[in-house]
Design a protein around this ligand. Sequence first.
Ligand SMILES: [Cu+2]
Length: 125
Amino acid sequence: MQKKPISRVVIALVAAGTMAFSSLAAAHAHLHASVPADNAQVTSSPDALTLDFSEDIEAAFSGVTLVDSHQKPITTDKARVAADQKKQLIVGLPQPLKAGNYQVNWHVLSVDGHKTSGHYRFSVK
Ligand SMILES: [Cu+2]
C-alpha cells in the first residue's frame, strides 16, 4: 500500500515534536570540566577530584568510583557538593595517588531528577 502524503506529514510532525522534547529533556547534568581534566597528565597527586556539571546535583545520589589501570578501586572520601557551587562535586583523596593511570567513573542525579553517568581518565606522573 502506498503511503498517502498526509501520513508523511504526521510522521514528520511527530519526529519534530520528539526532537523538540528531547532537547528540552537534555537539560540534565553533563560533565563540563574536571580537575584533573580528561586525559590530563599531572605531575603530583591531586588532593581531590573536582567535577563541574551543567546543572545542580544531589550529593546524596551522586558519586564517583576511582579505579587504577587494573580496575582496582582506590579509596576516596565521600563525594560532596561544594557549599557555594551546587554544580560542583568534590571527592577528597585521603591518600596521595601513586604514579599511574586512573579512571574516574561518575554518576550524578541532577536536581531535575535525571541520572547521568560517564567516565574519564587521567594519569599521575
Ligand atoms: Cu534532566
